[in-house]
Design a binder for this molecule. Structure first.
Ligand SMILES: [Zn+2]
Length: 302
């Protein structure tokens, strides 16, 4: 059995299912879970950290999934659809164009800063993030693998040339001067909700070098994470004593496989996540609370 510490069922403070129920005291169960997490850190010196969307919600970047791991919104664009259809690319870039200004202004929150502190204390062996926002690096973390790429970079799907997303934004603005004022909401991958059927006039520039199709330098749904990144991450996990999941429901296999690998090699896994994760049965410690509050309480208690 891997469970060496009390196992928290996902019903502590912060559970949205409790909205409307009697208010929780800063619950004994959350405090107990925090104590378990402190103990976990005391027992395991070098952590392999995996972070997901829940880490960035405190920076105003919304999560993809609800507390049960289901989609909150329309699932993001699929790789095959993007590559196969000019209309899908128009729609993608129009939404991205509208969402970008707000997304690009996002700054790290307490969760990012706390993880950077843990790295400076030499407690974090490697941080692998499923987020594409670059906020761990902005907070000062150095040993980071962006497992799903970076939204602040654009890559040509033909010649491989890259350019900063901010540069493309200027070009999109020049090509679509009537579009800048369209309001929208930001989504986790930096796009925005805008009315359907209004994309056909949106001009999508090609690669400046070869005229090829441009794609954000992120791993789309239906696309594989580059093998070299996975292998590098696995080597980081091998060198770690334990794994800490922060703000991921682990519904996507690209992240879940690291929990499987940790368990296979006898490394205990702790998780901080609002709501359930796909790996709840495999966890040694589970804190069902928001990442920022939990991590800052953890740092303060040390
Ligand atoms: Zn090109």
């Amino acid at each position: 059995m891997l469970r060496s510490a009390p196992f928290e069922t996902p019903v502590a403070a912060g559970d949205p299912h409790r909205a409307g129920a009697a208010p929780l005291r800063r619950s004994d169960s959350l405090d107990a879970a925090l104590d378990s997490l402190c103990g976990f850190l005391d027992r395991h010196a070098r952590l392999f950290v995996l972070t997901g969307a829940g880490c960035s919600t405190g920076s105003g970047i919304p999560d993809y999934r609800d507390a049960d791991g289901n989609w909150k919104r329309t699932p993001p664009v699929n790789f095959k659809d993007f590559m196969g259809s000019a209309a899908v690319r128009q729609r993608y870039w129009a939404r991205s164009f509208v969402g970008w200004p707000r997304f690009s202004r996002a700054s790290p929150n307490t969760a990012h800063h706390a993880l950077a502190v843990l790295e400076r204390q030499d407690r974090v062996n490697l941080l692998v993030t499923q987020n594409v926002d670059g906020l761990h690096q902005a907070a000062g973390s150095r040993r980071v693998i962006d497992l799903h790429g970076r939204i602040d970079r654009v890559r040509c799907t033909d010649c491989g040339a890259t350019l900063p997303r901010a540069t493309l934004q200027e070009e999109l603005l020049r090509s679509n001067p009537e579009w800048h004022a369209v309001p929208g909401q930001t989504a986790p991958d930096g796009d925005a909700d805008i009315a359907e059927g209004s994309f056909e006039n949106f001009v999508v520039p090609g690669c400046a070098h070869c005229g090829g199709e441009l794609k954000p330098d992120v791993v789309f749904f239906g696309e594989s994470v580059p093998r070299a990144w996975v292998e590098q991450a696995m080597r980081g996990l091998e060198r770690a004593d334990a794994m800490l999941v922060v703000g991921s429901s682990l519904m996507v296999y690209s992240g879940y496989r690291f929990v499987q690998a940790a368990v296979r090699t006898g490394k205990p896994v702790a998780a901080i996540n609002v709501g359930r994760t796909r790996a709840d049965e495999l966890l040694t410690v589970k804190v069902s609370g928001p990442c920022a509050e939990t991590l800052s309480a953890l740092i303060e208690s040390r």
